[in-house]
Each structure stands twice: as C-alpha cells, then as structure tokens.
Design a protein around this ligand. Structure first.
Ligand code: ADP
Ligand code: 5GP
Length: 210
C-alpha cells in the first residue's frame, strides 16, 4: 500500500507534439511537484536548456548508465535513447513530492510493471485533430520539416497505446486541459469523484484513426 506521506508518480505520454511537455511544465508550477529530468542521446533543440530539459549525453555515457543499472526505465524512441534514473525519483517521492514524467508508452509500461510502492497515475494526451498536431509539430520543429513528417507517421502507432492509461485527455485549449489533469490528480489523491467520460474519448480516438 502506498503511504500518504510519499509523493505520487504522474506519467504523461502522448503522440509527439500533442503537448505533454507543455502540460508537465504547467503542472510543475505547483510547490509539491518536481519534473523528472530524463537522460537522452538526442541533440538539444533550439531553446532547450541542458540539465533542465534533459541531461544530454552521448551513447557511451548512456550505455554506462544502463550497465550500472541506474535507470528506472529506458527506451529507444525515434532513433535515440531516453531514460529516467532511479535515485532522484525515489528521493523526491520519499520527501513527499509528486514526480511528473514526460515519457513514452514503453517507459510508462516499464514503470507500471515495476509495481513500486508509490501511487501512480498515468495520462495519455491526445491532440484535437491530426491537422492541428501537424501544425504544432511544424511550428515547433521549424528548421526541419522532416521531423514533423516522421513524427506524424509514428502517430498511428503511438495512439494505439491510449488504452493502457488511467486517463486520456484531449489537449485543445491548453488551460482547460491543464485544469482537467490537475483535477483528476487531486481527485485520485484524495479519493474524490472523477469527471471522466471514456465513451467520449473512445469516439475521439476513432475520429483520429479513421
Ligand atoms: P510533446 O511534448 O507532446 O511532444 P509539446 O509540449 O512540445 O509536445 O507541444 C508541441 C507544440 O505545441 C509546442 O510548440 C507547444 O507550444 C504547442 N502546444 C502545446 N499545447 C498547445 C495547445 N493547447 N494549443 C496550442 N499549442 C499548443
Ligand atoms: P522529444 O525528443 O520530443 O523530447 O521526446 C520524444 C519522446 O521521448 C517523447 O514521447 C517523450 O515523452 C519520450 N521521452 C522523453 N524522456 C523519456 C524517458 O526518460 N524515457 C522514455 N521512455 N521516454 C522518454
């Protein structure tokens, strides 16, 4: 049984560009939330800050961390490695901090399967439409249109994982989406009632994939 004194693990996953990094940053504005900073072998994007957005490392360092068994989870995503080191997560949870993870479905599965003795809530974020997703990806990765196209191709495969998450939330209006997630987290932690319509989500997924 997770202790009420310990923090909660909150995972946000989504097809690339749906907005999970933006949402994690908004949620982290609350005192008792810490973002899990991942390691990655990907190169920094314009504006990304090393050791804040990611620990940017080379393949050799990533392999060293794997061999030292420092990762709680790691996965290969779009030709690069991404991983979450265990120690900072456990330290924060033991201090009563809620830890926010912006990780893909492979990492979410690994953490779920570990069955750690901390409360875990998983969210899958969806875009309002494929057109809007493409626009967001194109705006973000302006220098490289290929990245947006490559990530759109992956969309169909990524979206199928929605079914394995506790909650699926559509990121249309950013503030509304953020508030919805915050309310669901608070309801889970305090065992309150949850405003969640699974049928609506199912229909939205059908629209996105048809
Ligand atoms: P992800 O982490 O899921 O790949 P990001 O958080 O990087 O996605 O968001 C992709 C892009 O879309 C960013 O440029 C971000 O500013 C923008 N964005 C995120 N949410 C919204 C929203 N609700 N409305 C408009 N733009 C958004
Ligand atoms: P990006 O390159 O856009 O920052 O991230 C690409 C994908 O990698 C996203 O789905 C993101 O959630 C995922 N990701 C980021 N960090 C980690 C991590 O530590 N572990 C796993 N499994 N996925 C991660």
């Amino acid at each position: 049984m997770p202790s009420d004194k310990d923090g909660t693990m909150v995972i946000l996953s989504s097809p690339s560009g749906a907005g999970k990094t933006t949402l994690v940053n908004l949620l982290s504005n609350h005192d008792n939330y810490e973002i899990s900073i991942s390691h990655t072998t990907r190169k920094p994007r314009d504006g990304e800050i090393p050791d804040k957005d990611y620990y940017f490392v080379d393949d050799k360092e990533f392999k060293r961390l794997i061999n030292n068994q420092e990762f709680l989870e790691y996965a290969k995503v779009f030709d690069n490695y991404y991983g979450t080191t265990r120690t900072p997560i456990i330290d924060n949870l033991n201090k009563g901090k809620n830890v926010l993870f912006d990780i893909d479905w492979q990492g979410a599965d690994q953490i779920k399967n570990k069955k750690l003795d901390y409360r875990l809530i998983t969210f899958f974020i969806l875009p309002p439409s494929k057109k809007i997703l493409f626009d967001r990806l194109s705006n973000r990765d302006m220098k490289d249109k290929l990245i947006a196209e490559e990530r759109m191709q992956q969309f169909e495969r990524d979206v199928l994982h929605w079914i394995n998450y506790d909650y699926v939330v559509i990121n249309d209006d950013l503030d509304k989406c953020y508030l919805k997630i915050k309310k669901l987290i608070n309801a889970e932690i305090s065992d309150g009632s949850k405003d969640y319509d699974l049928d609506y989500i199912r229909k939205h997924v059908e629209k996105l994939t048809s």
